[in-house]
Design a protein around this ligand. Structure first.
Ligand SMILES: [Zn+2]
Length: 494
């Protein structure tokens, strides 16, 4: 293995002993190769390597020698360093930034090596770096980074490597801290950072000496929950740093771990509670899980509120009937803000006009007068109606001329024809296919699904009710309107 030993005169890691300098580089390569073999890959599988915080290529030169066919990206805060790595080792230079979102990496990497960066970061900063690496690694890539553990603590004490301002007394406290809690951090003083900026990079954020115990790191990784642990080797890099190698969590790791995994978090404003908020989903099925943290609404409710606002901006002054409302989202918004809002559920076993404050209405056979409503709303109701033709006719009858029926209906068949999924036989549900039930706010057993609709529902509604019908499908991330099956069916009575 031939290693290019051209050394920059600016390299702060070079202390004059070329053998030590070279051994540390080779040791880094060995750590990467061990990690690669742990995930059952061959060195020839490695096409793209990122050396993050590469400096003047102490390890990068060995990576180049060990992976001669791979493309290596050199990323560092120091411009001179990446230029040197590009000119000397043919690496792709990428300027680092304390704000990671400003770093433009050209590809995803099979290997990401980070020698001695986490060793200087307080634990609060680990997450953003791990998130950043999770976005820039291939699905089966390997992240290898070094941290200070017990061995490094011993080395620092033994060889007097600690900053001079750390007195013996301070060190004892620091050490106790480390062994009691598993974590200790010393933030460099301003003077130290200023001195550092002359030979190394400029650090404006917390940057110092970070020490972590293996159990602490593992617990942290479980909580962070983007990676799984491939290996942890104490003192493995140059007989000093601990070396951690990680791989992105695959489905089985996510499913088995009971920690919360937010698969999606966005800032935005919520059309249901009309406030700035965060939308969060712990699951990949956004339709039922992507919630507004303020009002707990889900995407179809936000989509519906948005469409109502667009089509009928004066909805607060209108007469509205909602069938089968929920107790949040659009239903709550309409109920709170509209004086003439009537909500109904159907209680087939009751003869009462009102049950639990809801009007008892069978959508198929409504006892409302003709042409009384400006707007009728249903949410995920139509797939549960055995006779949608009757229901849409009834809705049209109760609407004033120019009135709207606006509904969310999961059009699961999309461009394929609607399929009748079940029918009622003597009051019992008979499924033609696999039984399908959805949650029902007033029935813990859930509601049977009678129809798997496609977009042809629009022509059926037109044919059955004579109402003008369109299907809208908005995807508006900043309003949290993003999920599967967000189509909204809008009918207008002519
Ligand atoms: Zn909200």
């Amino acid at each position: 293995m031939k290693i290019n030993m051209t050394i920059s005169e600016k390299d702060p890691m070079y202390t004059g002993d070329i053998d030590i300098y070279k051994r540390i580089g080779i040791s880094g390569l060995k750590c990467v190769q061990d990690a690669v073999s742990m995930i059952h890959k061959k060195d020839s599988d490695i096409k793209n390597i990122l050396d993050f915080a590469c400096g003047y290529g102490r390890v990068l030169r060995s990576l180049q020698a060990g992976y001669p066919d791979a493309s290596i990206t050199a990323c560092d805060l120091m411009k001179d360093a990446i230029v040197f790595c590009a000119n000397t080792f043919g690496a792709i230079p990428v300027k680092g930034n304390e704000n990671l979102s400003l770093i433009n990496l050209p590809k995803k990497y099979d290997v990401i090596w980070i020698g001695s960066l986490f060793t200087h970061l307080p634990i609060e900063r680990w997450g953003v770096f791990l998130d950043f690496f999770s976005n820039n690694i291939t699905q089966d890539g390997i992240l290898v980074f070094t941290i200070h553990g017990r061995k490094a603590l011993w080395m620092m004490k033994q060889y007097n490597l600690l900053p001079k301002e750390i007195t013996a007394n301070m060190f004892e406290i620091f050490k106790d801290n480390f062994f009691n809690s598993g974590y200790a951090f010393y933030d460099y003083t301003k003077q130290h950072k200023d001195a550092l900026s002359k030979i190394d990079a400029n650090h404006s954020k917390a940057f110092g000496l970070s020490f972590t115990r293996p159990d602490y790191v593992y617990k942290y990784l479980l909580k962070h929950n983007k990676f799984n642990l491939v290996s942890y080797a104490e003192g493995a890099w140059a007989h000093n740093h601990d070396v951690v190698s990680l791989r992105l969590n695959s489905r089985e790791f996510l499913e088995i771990s009971n920690k919360k995994q937010f698969v999606k978090i966005e800032e935005g404003s919520c059309p249901c509670c009309d406030s700035d908020t965060t939308f969060i989903s712990e699951k990949s099925w956004l339709r039922d899980n992507y919630r507004c943290v303020k009002c707990n609404c889900i995407p179809r409710e936000r989509g519906l509120s948005y469409v109502i606002e667009q089509i009928l901006p004066n909805w607060k002054n209108l007469v509205i009937h909602e069938s089968s409302p929920g107790n949040r989202g659009t239903s709550l918004k309409l109920q709170k803000n509209c004086k003439n809002y009537i909500s109904s559920h159907y209680y087939p076993n009751s003869k009462e006009e009102y049950v639990d404050g809801y009007k008892n209405i069978d959508l198929h056979k409504q006892n409302f007068e003709d042409e009384v409503f400006d707007l009728v709303v249903t949410q995920d109701v139509f797939e549960h109606l055995p006779y949608p033709e009757k229901a849409i006719k009834e809705i049209a009858r109760t609407l004033k001329k120019g009135g709207y029926f606006i509904s969310t209906i999961p059009l699961v068949k999309k461009f394929n024809p609607t399929v009748k999924w079940a029918e009622l036989v003597d009051g019992d549900v008979k499924f033609f296919y696999e039984p399908d039930y959805h949650g029902n706010p007033i029935d813990p057993k859930g509601s049977p699904v009678f129809w798997h609709y496609g977009y042809d529902i629009a022509s059926r509604f037109i044919e059955w009710s004579g109402m003008e019908t369109i299907i809208v499908n908005n995807i508006i991330p900043e309003l949290g309107i993003e999920a599967e099956f967000l189509e909204i069916v809008v009918c207008r009575k002519l």
